[in-house]
Design a protein around this ligand. Structure first.
Ligand code: ELE
Length: 336
């Protein structure tokens, strides 16, 4: 495979209560395959890019299921290692109205979390790659996850492959061990060319407050990040205002060293599934970044892909390029 995006991270199974139900009210849960980096990979593959997944899965029917779903999305799964052990899981209790959804992780000791850098052939998976995508979830898994993220980044640097890093801050994971997210994430960000994250993520990284939603605050944060991280070329973020669980207002923003563009806000009502929408945003942005597009069309594609994901159940956005290009903020009637 040549010219692919390599996605590195844990693939999970999600077990979700049906719409609006509490766990205590359910006898059955819906199972889908997810995981932040896998979601970005499935989105990019659906948009027509070559994508390879680098991870490790259990040699069980659960691992088979995860690999089959990625393969069906068009992702190259040949570099996925298999070994005895457990699958990382997460449980989603679906919110409704003013009651937000909540997530319970059950992923400690998974095959991926227990892996060592030597369990992966980074150099071979990166051969011919245009980009390595990873996120702040891998180092949040514990000291072993930090070692994995560092090894992936070092291998990409050695191979001259640019890196996209999605902050994906997960307090539940960082708080579960004696972690120092600022120093770990700041160190990884030194190697990033593309950052998916907003002014609050930059605040965490730099230890400076950039609160407030005004556009100039966001620009100030972006410029501080460009100064702190020498390789960084592009920062992509969303501005999300939550009205209730089924209604958000979302804008997309792209900052480069010398330009910024923030789209108009889109009213997203009747949300079917909010999980994975950040990853869909990343996929939409990278889709255009890989084409060398300008800030305006990159922001628009990120916005369109994340808005479209809100209409789809599951973690992954499997919408193709034609529908992405045809997206209009006012929706439309049945196409026939
Ligand atoms: O939390 C994790 O570790 C996961 O990987 C599970 C989900 O697949 C992603 O969290 C989705 O992320 P969003 O696109 O930000 O909703």
């Amino acid at each position: 495979m040549i010219g692919h995006v390599l996605c590195f991270g844990e693939v999970l199974l999600r077990f979700a209560t049906p719409a609006a139900r509490l766990t205590v009210q359910c006898d059955a849960l819906d199972m889908v395959v997810g995981g932040a980096e896998a979601n970005v990979g499935a989105g990019l593959a659906s948009l027509g890019h070559g994508v390879r997944m680098l991870t490790r899965l259990p040699s069980s029917t659960l691992g088979d299921k995860a690999r089959a779903v990625l393969g069906a999305a068009g992702v190259d799964t040949l570099h996925i290692g298999r070994t005895a052990g457990r699958m990382g899981l997460y449980f989603l209790e679906s919110g409704a109205g003013l009651r937000p959804s909540s997530i319970t992780y059950d992923r400690a000791g998974s095959v991926f979390a227990n892996s060592a850098p030597d369990d992966f052939n980074f150099a071979s998976a990166l051969e011919g790659a245009r980009l390595l995508h990873l996120s702040g979830i891998t180092p949040a898994l514990g000291p072993g996850g930090v070692a994995l993220a560092r090894a992936a980044v070092a291998a990409a640097n050695a191979a001259g492959v640019p890196i996209c890093f999605d902050g994906n801050y997960r307090a539940l994971l960082w708080d579960a061990w004696d972690s120092d997210p600022r120093s770990i994430l700041t160190d990884l960000m030194q190697s990033a060319t593309v950052m998916i994250g907003n002014h609050r993520d930059i605040s965490l990284l730099l230890g400076k407050p950039f609160s407030g939603d005004a556009s100039d605050r966001r620009r100030e944060a972006a410029l501080a990040a460009f100064e702190a991280f020498p390789k960084l070329q592009l920062i992509a973020s969303t501005a999300r205002h939550v009205v209730n669980a089924g209604h958000h207002r979302i804008a997309a923003r792209i900052d480069t060293r010398d330009a910024a563009h923030q789209t108009a806000e889109v009213d997203v009502t009747g949300i079917v599934d909010r999980i994975g929408t950040g990853d869909a945003f990343a996929a939409g942005v990278l889709h255009k970044w890989l084409q060398g597009a300008d800030t305006v069309s990159t922001a628009q594609a990120g916005l369109a892909y994340t808005v479209l994901k809100h209409t789809q159940p599951g973690d992954m956005c499997l919408i193709g390029p034609a529908e992405l290009e045809a997206f209009s903020a006012s929706g439309g009637d049945v196409r026939r």
